[in-house]
Design a protein around this ligand. Structure first.
Ligand code: SF4
Ligand code: SF4
Length: 417
């Protein structure tokens, strides 16, 4: 390539990047950076993580390993090859939960990314709009590949390569000044958007004074997230075992939650933010309203009263249709009604208040055996705490008709608590 041609390409790429950044910002993205397609830096680590059985019930992570390693393989054979990626971030921080809400055992905490509507559904059309801006500029007729947490892509690797932020020991992408409350999305495109350095990265500055950070912010000697995890889910820094993680169990897994973990879930019924809440990069962030309207917190999605979803007026933990209506646009529907009822039973067991008995009696008669098993556990907790005979009677009666061996075992254990 002649020097002149190379300079023109750099200038054109620079102009295109600025056009894309402006369009991304006006669509609602807070961050927009670029990287050249190459092999994913942590593909070996990811493969070893999968081989160690860490994915658990997330079998989709085991597929398309080659595409995860080499994102160029994501292109259709008939389309031009991908050369660049546009890496985007949406800041979803809104406010810190007041302690009196966070610590109220009669409420079920929902991870803050799910306080509004489902970000996949909100962000995907915006990615196609942004790709259309690029196509208008370059005349391309094929579509870019638009992914928001839905494809075989190591997003955090590319966020780091592109200079969006760095990966913290809590396995989240952290942007100094913005923290780790980031939703990541990527568009793969055939255009050349960056020069020889491989990314559009600009130096990041850390506002955290007690971490020794110069040009490249890091976690330094901090271990707050690793120490604060209530289930000891971190095998080490940057290494999370999902099968001990509250987020995995309350969102991804469908099966019975290990008994020894249940008391550690507290009142978390969908996801867990603890390893982010304690991070100094997330401290004292100003309250804000997300720029994408649908992400705004809905008042009944932050920490709903656990018993509300059992009431005849709103039986969304019990009735599939009520659940579908109540969570129609929410990411919570991913956990499914029975999964959420299971999670709520765990929170009710941790509350262990006699006010929950009627709700747990309904859960003990649910069509889903996993939910019934956790209802039995929760009744056992109330029985152990209060010696409340109504709990014992419900469990003993359930034994008369319960046929599922796993539930029967939970009932026996509950009666012996
Ligand atoms: S999300 Fe919660 S349970 Fe999972 S690693 Fe973080 S602190 Fe631990
Ligand atoms: S809490 Fe500390 S160690 Fe964990 S991600 Fe934040 S800065 Fe890094």
């Amino acid at each position: 390539m002649s020097d002149l041609h190379s300079k023109e390409l750099r200038l054109d790429a620079g102009h295109l990047r600025e056009t894309i950044r402006r369009a991304a910002h006006s669509l609602g993205f807070d961050l927009c950076e670029f990287a050249t397609i190459s092999a994913a830096p942590h593909a070996d680590f990811f493969d070893a993580w999968i081989d160690a059985g860490r994915a658990g019930e997330m079998s989709y992570l085991e597929r398309n390993r080659n595409k995860r390693r080499f994102p160029a393989l994501l292109a259709e054979a008939s389309a031009p090859p991908f050369r660049s990626m546009i890496v985007l971030g949406v800041d979803y921080h809104q406010f810190d939960l007041p302690p009196e809400v966070r610590d109220d055992p009669s409420r079920g905490l929902i991870a803050s990314y799910a306080w509004g509507d489902d970000y996949h559904e909100l962000i995907r059309p915006l990615l196609y709009e942004l790709d259309a801006v690029v196509r208008t500029q370059t005349g391309r007729t094929s579509l870019g590949k638009c992914l928001v947490d839905t494809g075989p892509v190591l997003e955090r690797d590319w966020a780091e390569v592109a200079g969006l932020g760095f990966t913290g020991k809590n396995c989240c992408t952290i942007r100094p000044g913005m923290g780790s409350w980031l939703l990541l999305a990527i568009i793969f495109v055939p255009e050349v958007l960056v020069g020889e350095r491989g990314s559009s990265a600009r130096p990041l500055q850390s506002p955290i004074s007690n971490l020794s950070i110069s040009q490249s912010p890091t976690c330094g000697r901090c271990t707050r997230c690793l120490d604060a995890c209530p289930t000891n889910a971190f095998v080490g820094a940057y290494d999370l075992d999902p099968q001990r993680c509250i987020s995995y169990w309350t969102i991804e897994a469908r099966s019975i939650i290990p008994r020894e973990l249940r008391p550690r879930f507290g009142n978390r019924i969908f996801g867990c933010d603890i390893c982010q809440e304690v991070c100094p990069y997330n401290r004292r962030l100003p309250e804000r309203t997300p720029r994408i309207d649908g992400l705004r917190a809905l008042h009944n999605r932050v920490a709903p009263l656990l018993l509300e979803g059992f009431s005849p007026a709103h039986p969304y933990w019990l009735d599939p249709r009520a659940f579908s209506e109540h969570f129609a646009r929410s990411p919570i529907k991913r956990a499914k009604r029975a999964g959420m009822l299971r999670n709520v039973c765990v929170a009710l067991g941790n509350w262990a208040d006699t006010a929950a008995i009627d709700a747990l009696a309904l859960a003990l008669a649910d069509a889903d055996a996993t939910a019934r098993a956790h209802a039995a556990w929760a009744l056992g907790r109330i029985l152990a705490k209060w010696r409340y005979q109504q709990a014992a009677m419900l469990l003993t009666t359930a034994l008369l008709y319960e046929e599922d061996e796993r539930v029967r075992e939970e009932i026996h254990l509950a009666l012996a608590m």
